[in-house]
Design a protein around this ligand. Structure first.
Ligand code: 13P
Length: 259
């Protein structure tokens, strides 16, 4: 099963509309200059305020747009929140769900993440489910169990055919300059693939599993060389066009890779 290689940028709470437009002006020609992007899916998750303003330029450059969060309800008295239908109206096609910063700082529980993921799918958009253990959990030998719990909670009982991506982001590697070793990341990705085979057997082989956590131009190629690492979810290094383009250029494109 040939999976795409996904190069995803999560801008978090950086870059406004002018900054986002300036980014694309610089980044799009760099992307167009790659020798082969036929297997690459490039996506950006900018701040909500940028989704509509950037939708046309992203569409023209074959860059998918994702929201960073959503609320699971269709509508209601939820001040400051955004429904999936509102996100779809902007032109964005994807939503990050369960990012560790949401789980850590905004109280997103496994149950709330599960509700959001279902709302995204019911609304016709594609979720990127983020999972990952904290440092304390890894040091206690619980990394695999934590990731299994997060996956099972979010994915158990889904219909057989859905489009979604998984991002494995060990919390201790996010924004710290500490990356998981390719061996540790590779091992966890194999674990995630096995869990997907258990939870969603009909589609497990085609779901991209991205790695996130201090991905930079100089470590991206090695990370993406691993079986079952189908791309990267990049925070800090996605904010500069040159470094995000360098990460895209590091993606393995040779036929047969990640077969
Ligand atoms: P950094 O690449 O800045 O570590 O962030 C990773 C991340 O959280 C992407 O969602």
């Amino acid at each position: 099963m040939e999976r795409p290689i996904v190069i995803a940028g999560n801008w978090k709470m950086h870059l406004g509309i002018a900054g986002g437009r300036a980014f694309l002006d610089d980044f799009v020609p760099r992307l167009a200059g790659l020798p082969d992007r036929s297997r690459l899916t490039v996506l950006l998750a900018p701040n909500l305020t940028l989704l509509a303003p950037l939708a046309d330029a992203c569409g023209a450059a074959d860059i998918r747009l994702a929201a960073q969060n959503c609320h699971p309800a269709d509508a209601g008295a939820f001040t400051g929140e955004t429904s999936v239908a509102m996100i779809r109206e902007t032109g964005a096609g994807m939503v990050l769900v369960g990012h560790s910063e949401r789980r850590q700082f905004f109280g997103d529980t496994d149950d709330f993440v599960r509700d959001k993921l279902r709302a995204v799918l019911n609304g016709g958009l594609e979720p990127i489910l983020c999972v990952g253990e904290t440092l304390a959990e890894r040091e206690a030998g619980q990394a695999a169990a934590v990731v299994s719990r997060q996956l099972e909670s979010a994915l158990d009982g889904l219909p057989a055919a859905v489009d979604l991506m998984i991002a494995y982001e060990p919390v201790w590697a996010i924004g710290t300059g500490r990356t998981a070793t390719p061996d540790d990341a590779g091992e966890m990705h194999v674990h995630i693939r096995n869990e997907l085979c258990r939870l969603l057997p009909a589609i497990a082989a085609r779901l991209p599993i991205l790695y996130g956590g201090s991905v930079k131009p100089d470590n991206a190629a090695e990370i993406m060389s691993r079986e079952d690492i189908d791309g990267v979810l990049v925070g800090g290094a996605s904010l500069a066009p040159a470094s995000f383009a360098a990460i895209a250029a590091a993606a393995p494109v040779s036929p047969g890779h990640h077969a």
